[in-house]
Write a protein that binds this ligand. Sequence first.
Ligand SMILES: [Zn+2]
Length: 130
Amino acid sequence: MAKKQILFECQACGHQSAKWLGKCPNCGAWDEYIELSQNQIEVLKEINSKPSSTQGNAIPITEVRFEQIERYSSGDNELDLVLGGGIVQGSLTLIGGSPGVGKSTLLLKIAGNLAREGKKSSLCKWRRVF
Ligand SMILES: [Zn+2]
């Protein structure tokens, strides 16, 4: 049977230690160490075992390719402005806010605008999540 590994991690900076420490030697924060579960330790081992070639490499900004993305107007100029020019097909937009601020009203208005313009439902799939 494998020996249970115990690992503690500073919640402020991510420094790890085999023993619980009151003060982090890396960032100096107090009482930030928590014990990692066995699942978390296994995930960390898996991440650290992957070769670095699987990670993305940095490229100069001059080599970044532009792609023209087609956008559809929501029928609401302010929302189009916030979305960077309109709704991108296949994109996901999270509409958040406190209760009663008008999220549902805004989405109903947009749905009405799109329906009036005859956009297909495949263009825009709205889903209300609570
Ligand atoms: Zn720390």
